[in-house]
Design a protein around this ligand. Structure first.
Ligand code: SD4
Length: 326
């Protein structure tokens, strides 16, 4: 492009930006919210029990933040869910270590990582957000904080999880298996009747991970991100790939630039495939995205990623479109 043309282009683009307050504020351009679109809640995997718990709050005009917390607490308390909270598979040394984060419509965030002995890390993350000047607490410090806040110390390692760990120790092979966590690790995003978004994410992380390993789920912008000007997104799958590309943040930024949530989901996943093509061939990442108009999108690297959607009094599970097909 000639210097003159470039100059003209910049001048036109610059003046457009200056004359458009929505552009300056980085806000999603205003559009029509379809009738009955709000409220809505979406969770990664077929976590319909979680979306149902969230709906109880949303349908009565409750706050999205309360809804996503209530939703995440469902798999956290379920001993049969082997990648969240109680019943989660331990790390290779036998410790159940939990990661969680939460974000509200005010852009406040709270997070815990490597937290042991507390069944509801999502509620501890919320306390970090609301009761401390910090965003993230880890390990022993997070546990001490939780106990000070009145959370109960519990044994989270179930017999089933211990047996799986004993079995794993025979080969000690560490290779994440695509979709094996389905129905599990929860990312949950919601928009309430007041048009406010919030998101939450909770997991015991990859089974038999190294002790001290932190995944994407407690990292604001990686496992989950909410921006009340644009929308909210949450991820599941191999956290290392999400951490390298800040997948949830990327999707929400796409919303800010005016993308439909489905496009935003696809672009965020495409970034992973472009940057880590070899890893993407063998691993799964799934994302759910919700915008301010109650529209949603979902996409994954591999087939088999399901999500639960509660909207218009209907709680349904769907399989997301994926980059690779069967
Ligand atoms: C992690 N992203 O710790 C989590 C695991 C997960 O479905 O999402 N499993 O990497």
């Amino acid at each position: 492009m000639s210097n003159r043309r470039r100059f003209l282009r910049q001048a036109v683009f610059g003046s457009l930006a200056l004359s458009n307050p929505a552009f300056l504020a980085g806000k999603t351009p205003p559009g029509k919210t379809p009738k009955g679109a709000l409220p809505v809640v979406i969770a990664t995997w077929d976590n319909r029990k979680a979306t149902a718990a969230a709906w109880e709050i949303l349908k009565n005009g409750g706050r999205a933040l309360d809804a996503v917390e209530a939703g995440a607490r469902v798999p956290e308390a379920d001993p049969n869910d082997t990648s969240v909270g109680y019943g989660g598979f331990p790390d290779r040394d036998g410790f159940v270590t939990l990661d969680a984060c939460i974000m509200d419509e005010l852009g406040r965030a709270g997070s815990v990582s490597c937290l042991q002995h507390i069944m509801h890390p999502i509620s501890v993350a919320r306390k970090v957000m609301e009761q401390t000047p910090h965003v993230m607490l880890v390990g022993e410090g997070a546990l001490q904080f939780a106990l000070n806040q009145g959370f109960k110390k519990e044994n989270l390692l179930t017999d089933n999880a211990r047996e799986a760990w004993e079995k794993w120790k025979i080969t000690s092979k560490y290779k994440p298996v695509i979709n094996w966590e389905r129905h599990d690790t929860i990312g949950i995003v919601a928009i309430d009747k007041a048009n406010n978004v919030s998101g939450a994410c909770s997991t015991s992380g990859m089974a038999f991970k190294m002790h001290g390993r932190v995944g994407d789920s407690p990292i604001i912008g990686a496992g989950m991100f909410a921006d009340n000007d644009a929308g909210v997104a949450a991820c599941t799958g191999l956290g290392e790939m999400v951490l390298r590309t800040m997948t949830s943040y990327l999707a929400v930024e796409e919303l800010r630039r005016g993308a439909h949530p489905q496009k935003a989901a696809e672009r965020a996943i495409m970034r992973i495939i472009e940057k880590m093509p070899e890893m993407a061939k063998e691993n799964q990442i799934g994302i759910v995205v919700l915008d301010k108009r109650g529209r949603h999108g979902a996409y994954s690297v591999q087939p088999g990623f399901a999500y639960a959607l509660y909207q218009n009094d209907e709680n349904k599970a769907f399989e997301a479109k994926s980059y690779y097909t069967k």
